[in-house]
Design a binder for this molecule. Sequence first.
Ligand SMILES: C[S@@+](CC[C@H](N)C(=O)[O-])C[C@H]1O[C@@H](n2cnc3c(N)ncnc32)[C@H](O)[C@@H]1O
Length: 352
Amino acid sequence: MGSAAYFLVAEALTNIVKHSGAEHATITLARAGALVIEVEDEGTGLAGIRRRAAFDGTTMLSSPAGGPTLLRVELPYEGKPVTRPTNWGGQDGAFWAANDLRYDALLAPLTRHLLPAADIRPDDRVLDVGCGCGNTTRLAGRAARDGWALGVDLSGPMLATARQRAAEAGLTNVRYERGDAQRTPFDTVDLVLSQLGVMFFDDPVEAFTNLHRSLAPGGRLAFVCWQAFELNEGRVLRREALSRYVTVPPPRVTGALSFAEPARLREVLTAAGFGDIELTDVREPLVVGSTAEAATAFDLGDPTVREWLTEAGPAAAARATEALREAYAARETPDGVVLGSAAWLVTAAAHI
Ligand SMILES: C[S@@+](CC[C@H](N)C(=O)[O-])C[C@H]1O[C@@H](n2cnc3c(N)ncnc32)[C@H](O)[C@@H]1O
């Protein structure tokens, strides 16, 4: 049973107790790789659990009509994500693309660590992995004035914004290509760069081996990735506030947080052929909104948050939104809503 299972058990219990009014809830390990959750329900509040169970491919059986509903929920965990993966090519990417300048401003404190660490030289050829709307690719292109920068990403909407911004800036040595950085063979580069774009691979060793292959002798790797969920106040605040009223799926240990563990990071990079691996603990306050109102409005536009709220229904959604607004208001400062973050700044060299 993976750690995601424990999150899901805790989450399921919390939701049952808080929302369902259930008389009994028992959770047992039925057999290896599956948990069984049995809930005697008074008829309220199980919609979220029911829907998530369906999403996870869970089997559910209802008891005969008459008595309280008995849901039998089998959750096959191993290797399965417990929330939907981010849809970069679809609605999630489109939201990001529509708010690119806001994300650039939000992440600027990380960019200020990444760029100096990447130590871009005038004739460098740079590959920016998971470039999104391409701010770091453009910064790399400016630094590599006699070289070039290529941004690669899965997301059509984000790349469209990236191309538009590069054209507006008149940058002729910057280009963007759509592709999966895990498998696409790239031209030889001197630097592989990434701001939060390398945590989403299905097979990280395959991906970093592919990126390593693109590096010239003496080539460098520089990226930032998130540390653990608990160290990123924005994630914690949002989750705590919303989950008082709506079902918020457990934080995923895959996806954005997949490189939170330094040992795993080192293992993956070493297996892919990198050496001189250095991790720097980057703790930066991030401005998540100019006011509590702005921070709340931004979250409400996020497709994932919208999904949680819609699923919970209008009354619970309204209460959850108010809880979020209050939580942000408690953190408002003259500089905006400022929340702590934790990232790893990672640099490495391509060993032959
Ligand atoms: C958190 S966003 C960061 C975007 C950008 N680097 C920034 O700092 O604004 C992660 C990006 O990684 C991209 N991505 C995820 N998996 C990818 C893959 N296998 N190949 C290329 N891009 C990928 C996503 O499409 C998304 O744009």
